[in-house]
Design a protein around this ligand. Structure first.
Ligand SMILES: NC(=O)c1ccc[n+]([C@@H]2O[C@H](COP(=O)([O-])OP(=O)(O)OC[C@H]3O[C@@H](n4cnc5c(N)ncnc54)[C@H](O)[C@@H]3O)[C@@H](O)[C@H]2O)c1
Length: 345
């Protein structure tokens, strides 16, 4: 058992959860946090210290990296990911950065090049790769028991929108939300998305439209073997946090997310399933996956595992699909997705 010192930049919505998970992950002995809002970093550190964890606060990311951390987790706003990934690579430590690598693909490519040039060890947070249901769906498809896929349907719906200030910097619903489904499409099928046709709507808070986003969207994706996939997302799913993936094949069908807390009710008389209460938030729905993800990163730092973590070129390939979806939303026309030409990192 090692006694790692890990750094975490950004302790907002998701960073505070990563901090709590890291503080209780086997192998982590010391955590140093930093946040652009120092009071927030102090408050998260105090709460974890009160629960018996060893947690320090650094004034900024450079000071955190100088404190001799063994690895860096980045959970700041998307615009700061490139500089913090670079800083971690320059410091010679493995980095787990929340998705995406950068606000768009054009800004991501120089980061990939830098990581490749310096031999950096960087992984990107796509927690569905660590979720038991998505992993079983991948196994079922790869084993051949589903046959060939005639339809893939991915759903990601929040019960309520995040703050409009966050949406203004999120890059759009496809980049912020559906990018997880685009990653899963590639990861499970092993195929590339070659074309996207997207539509969106704004029937909720008009402020979301004013900051340039849609509150609901749908993308029809064509994979390079002709398989069709539909990816939908909404910020206004009053039934609860609804995340599903249906792989419908020539020999069988699996549905990720069909648990007792699935945020739907059957319209059939006398069918009580699912019994609820429904999933409320992404943090609750994926609680185990987020824990498994940081545990995998700790194994990567220790040199004992972490193979399932998402590599940056795969995260950027998913972002390329999200960019195409945003472009299709803007133009109203189908958009071809160009293959990613980068050296492996
Ligand atoms: N994997 C997932 O399921 C998932 C879910 C939510 C968010 N995210 C990603 O996580 C990132 C953060 O999202 P969030 O919702 O937690 O945002 P947030 O705004 O709640 O938190 C971001 C935090 O980073 C801090 N910060 C900003 N710049 C910083 C810097 N240079 N150094 C240190 N701290 C800095 C802010 O003060 C804030 O506390 C985004 O990139 C988002 O795409 C991923």
């Amino acid at each position: 058992m090692t006694d790692l010192h890990l750094g975490l930049a950004g302790v907002g919505r998701i960073g505070a959860m990563h901090a709590a998970n890291l503080a209780t992950t086997a192998g982590v002995g010391h955590l140093t946090l930093t946040d652009a809002d120092p009071a927030r970093a102090r408050s998260v550190a105090a709460a974890l210290t009160a629960r018996g964890a060893r947690v320090s606060v650094a004034a900024h990311a450079a000071a955190l990296l100088r404190s001799g951390v063994d690895g860096l987790v980045v959970a700041t706003g998307t615009a700061t990911h490139p500089e913090l990934i670079r800083a971690g690579v320059e410091a010679g430590v493995p980095v787990l950065c929340e998705k995406p690598v950068a606000p768009d693909v054009a800004l991501s490519l120089p980061v990939l090049e830098h990581v490749a040039e310096r031999g950096g060890v960087v992984r990107i947070g796509h927690q569905r790769r660590h979720d038991a249901g998505y992993r079983e769906a991948k196994r079922a498809f790869e084993s051949g028991e589903l046959g060939w896929l005639h339809a893939v349907r991915a759903v990601t719906c929040d019960a309520a929108p995040p703050p409009v200030a966050f949406l203004a910097t999120s890059g759009g619903l496809f980049r912020d939300c559906s990018v997880h489904d685009f990653d899963v499409l590639r990861w499970i099928t092993g195929r590339e998305v070659v074309e996207v046709y997207a539509r969106g709507s704004n029937n909720g808070d008009p402020e979301i439209g004013r900051v340039g986003d849609v509150d609901t969207a749908l993308a029809v994706c064509t994979l390079d073997d002709g398989t069709l996939a539909v990816v939908t997302a909404s910020r206004y799913n009053g039934a609860g946090h609804d995340v599903r993936l249906e792989l419908q094949g020539s020999r069988g069908t699996v549905l990720v997310g069909m648990d007792g807390a699935m945020a739907v009710r059957s319209a059939e008389p006398g069918v009580p399933f699912p019994a609820g209460p429904p999933h409320a938030t992404f943090a609750e729905r994926f609680a185990a996956a987020y824990r498994a993800e940081v545990a995998a990163f700790v194994e990567l730092v220790e040199g004992t595992g972490g193979e399932d973590l998402c590599r940056p070129q795969d995260a950027v390939a998913a972002s390329r699909v999200a960019d195409a979806a945003q472009e299709s939303l803007r133009t109203g026309a189908p958009v071809a997705v160009r293959a990613l030409e980068v050296s492996a990192v």
